[in-house]
Design a protein around this ligand. Structure first.
Ligand code: FES
Length: 56
């Protein structure tokens, strides 16, 4: 599933990024550009981040 349509960031890409050590939205934003355009994906990206962190 694509989370960020503007920058073509998939849910898998986000999960992989968290697995490789990114723990904040700021890091995801800097490295994947998620949420840097229209911002509509921010809350979805945040919940995926939270979910991944909970599992870790
Ligand atoms: Fe992510 Fe627009 S959908 S910035």
């Amino acid at each position: 599933m694509i989370v960020c349509v503007c920058n073509n960031v998939s849910e898998k890409k986000l999960r992989n990024a968290v697995e490789s050590g990114m723990t904040t939205m700021a890091e995801l934003r800097t490295n994947l550009d998620v949420g840097t355009c229209c911002g509509k994906c921010a809350s979805c990206a945040k919940s995926i981040l939270r979910e991944c962190m909970d599992k870790a």
